[in-house]
Design a protein around this ligand. Sequence first.
Ligand code: AMP
Length: 576
Amino acid sequence: MTSDISNFSDLGLSEPILQAIKAIGYEQPSPIQAAAIPALLAGEDILGTAQTGTGKTAAFALPLLSRLDPKQTKPQILVLAPTRELAIQVAEAFQSYAQGLKGFHVLPIYGGQEMSGQLRQLRRGVQVVVGTPGRVMDHINRGSLDLSELKSLVLDEADEMLRMGFIDDVEWILERIPEQRQTALFSATMPAPIRKVANRYMRDPREIKIVSNTSTGDNIEQVYWMVSGTNKLDALTRILEVESFDGMIIFVRTKTATVELAEKLEARGYSTSALNGDMNQALRERTVERLKSGKLDIVIATDVAARGLDVDRVSHVLNYDIPYDSEAYVHRIGRTGRAGRSGKAILFVAPRERRLLHVIEKATRQPILPMELPTGEAVTAHRIDNFKAQIDKVFAEQVDLTFYHELLASYSHANDLYPEDIAAALAYLVQKERPLQVKFAPLKPAKEHQRAERTERTGKGKKFQNDDDMQRYRIAVGRTHKVKPGDIVGALANEAGIASRHIGHIKLFDDFSTVDLPKTLAKETLRQLKTLRVRNQVLDIRMDEGPGGESFAPRRKNDKKFDRKPKKAGKAAAKK
Ligand code: AMP
C-alpha cells in the first residue's frame, strides 16, 4: 500500500456520503478509490484497470452519488454490468452509500425478473439504474427507461461483457444515451475491443491502473483457501484449532469488522483484541504491547492500524478479507517472519476474487498454494493431543492429588465402578462444552450467488452435474446466425437466471444448437426461454428428440464443439 494515500475527507466527497462511509466503517480509500474519486468528481471520464476486490464499486459509486441530485427523479446514473448477480450487488452498494440521501432510489434491472415490477419502479422514479445490457435494451426499446437526464454511465467489468457476447448491445446503448455525459469504464483486462469502445465513446479518458511491483521474503509460507461450502468464520475457527501459532494478526477491511470478529473469537476462548484507526494512540500501543508480551494471541486489524506493527512473535498472518492489491498484501504478510523467523500467511479468497489472487501472485512472483480446511479428524486429533497434554501437565507439575485420589477411590469402591469408567465420565464433563470428537457436516455446495460467479463461468473449478440429471434441449440459433457458445451461456445466465454451473454441453450446428440443462428446470423458466432472443433469433427452445428424431441434424466431423460436457462427479471433481 502506498503510504501517501489520502483520507476520504480529503477527496472532495459530499457530506452525506462521508457520513455513510463512516457508518459503514471504511477507514481509508483503497488505491483505485484514491485515484478515481477526484477524477470522477471533476467530471472526467476514466478508464480503470481493476478487478473485483479492489474496491472499484465504491470508486465510482461514491463520487457519482456525491454529485447526484436526489430531487431529480429521472435516472442520472446508469451502470451496465455483465450479470444479474453483479447488478444486484452494485445496486446494494449504491443503496448503502446513499443511506443519507433522502428520496434516493436505485433499481437493478435484469432478465428473468418480472417486467411489471421494474416498470412500476421506473415510473415512480429512480436516480440510479444498474442493469444487464439485454434488459436495459428492452427498456429503451419499450420507452420505459428515460435516459434524457443521464449524467454518468459506468461500464462495469467490461471485459466480462465482451466475453459474454454483450459488446454489441453495449455499443447499441452507448449510441442512444446523451452525448454530454461522463463515462467510467472498469475492466480487469483491456483487450483491443474494449479499447476500441473506449476510444470511440469516451472523452479523453484518464487511465487509472494500480501497478505495483513488490516481492516477499521466502521465509514466509503462503497459502490460500478458496471460500466455499462454509463461511469464513467457521473456516477461521477450524484453522485456529489445528494451526500451531504463537501470535496471529488477522486482517479485515473495516473497523466494524475488527470489533465484530474480535468479539466472536473472544467468545470462542481466544485472547483477542481489535486494532483499528478509531482507537486512540495510547490504546493502540497498549494492544500491541499485550500482543508482544503474550497476553494477547490474536489481533484483528485494518491495514491502517497495523502499519509498522513489528512484533517478533507473530507467526501467522491471516487475510480474512483479501487486500486491495499486491502492495497491501506484501505489507500485511510482512508482519510475520520477522527477526529471521519463519512465518505463515493464509489468504481467504472468495471465488469472485480469484483474479486478484492471480494479480498478487504475479506481482510478488511467489506461488500461493491452495490449502484444504482441516477435517473433523484433524481437529479431533488436535483436541485429543491437547487433552492429553493437560493431563501430562498436572503430573509434570507434581500437583498434590491425594484428596482427589481418596475421594475417587472411595467412590469407586462404594459404587463398584472401574476407575477408567469414572475417568471417562470426568473427561466427558470436562469436555462437555468442547467435545473431543468433532464431526463437521459435509461442506455445503457454494451458495446460489457464488454459483453464477464469473470465475465459474470460465469453466475452471466447476462442479458439473451428472449426465443423468440433464436434458438436451434444442434452440433455434446456430452457426449461420454467427452465434458463439458464450452468447448462449450469457443469455441463459442473465436473461433466464440459470446459474452457469447448471449449463452443460453446448453444441453448435448450422441452423440450430443443442444445450444440456438440468431436468429440474422450472416450467416458468422454460417458458421464458422460448421467447428469449440470442443474435436476434427467438430461441424457441424445445426438448431435443435425439439422433433419429426428425429434428436432429447429422453430426459433422468439423462441428465446432464447445465442450461443456458434464463430468461425472467423482473424487477428482470433489477434491477440486
Ligand atoms: P469491490 O472491489 O467493489 O467488489 O469491493 C470489494 C469489497 O471491499 C466490498 O466488500 C467493499 O465493501 C469493500 N470496500 C470497498 N472500499 C473499501 C474501503 N475503502 N475500506 C474498506 N472496505 C472497502
